[in-house]
Design a protein around this ligand. Structure first.
Ligand SMILES: [Zn+2]
Ligand SMILES: [Zn+2]
Length: 204
């Protein structure tokens, strides 16, 4: 990485949080780098909101590095299956959307690809497995060194900043008696139900 937004120590913490180094995590680390550079970190007096269009490895890097997390409600997942990450700063409304560029990635190492194909095979030896993870980490490390403007297309976000997460009233599900946020209930045969109870009744 070319600048000081993310230290090697922060990379190591992110790898520990995620459980391994992989290309998806590396892409997330670089997206977080752009977010920290152009939007700044989430803080008490500066709310940053991330909208991720994937639920793969990279999202763990966003959570670990930018202060946008599911638990705080400032990380929103759209299930589009795209390597696209949008960051907004509430104070002035600034937003950026990053999309990975296919051209940025080097040709994959044939040895890495061949081992990856065989990962699930029972006859893969411990040495081969170790070799795969070495090559996998090397490929991920390469992504950390790609210039940011080659790795991502920087675009204008399409939508507005998502509205604040609100605290919703809870009601009692008439199926399982558990408390459920009112906005997540379903009405069925005159009853107010949580989503799993609704699905159970609906499938009878
Ligand atoms: Zn991963
Ligand atoms: Zn229920």
């Amino acid at each position: 990485m070319q600048d000081n937004y993310i230290s090697e120590e922060m990379v190591q913490k992110t790898v520990a949080f995620h459980g391994h180094m992989c290309p998806g995590l590396a892409i997330g680390i670089r997206a977080a780098e752009v977010a920290l550079r152009d939007i700044g970190p989430h803080a008490h007096d500066e709310e940053v909101v991330a909208v991720v269009e994937t639920d793969m490895c990279g999202v763990d890097a966003i959570q670990s590095l930018t202060g946008c997390t599911f638990g705080k409600g400032n990380l929103i997942h759209l299930d589009y299956g795209k390597n696209a990450f949008t960051f907004y700063r509430r104070s002035d409304g600034k937003g950026i959307r990053l999309v990975t560029r296919l051209e940025a990635f080097a040709e994959p190492d044939p040895e890495w690809e061949a081992l990856r194909e065989r990962l699930g095979d029972a006859d893969l030896t411990p040495e081969e497995r170790k070799r795969f993870w070495e090559l996998h980490a090397a490929r991920s490390r390469q992504i950390l060194d790609i210039p940011l403007n080659e790795l991502f297309d920087l675009k204008e976000p399409e939508g507005n900043i998502p509205s604040h997460a609100r605290v919703m009233d809870s009601v009692t599900c008439e199926g399982c008696s558990e408390q459920v946020m009112e906005t997540r209930t379903r009405r069925f045969e005159g009853k107010t139900l949580c989503i799993p109870c609704f699905h159970q009744l609906e499938q009878r």
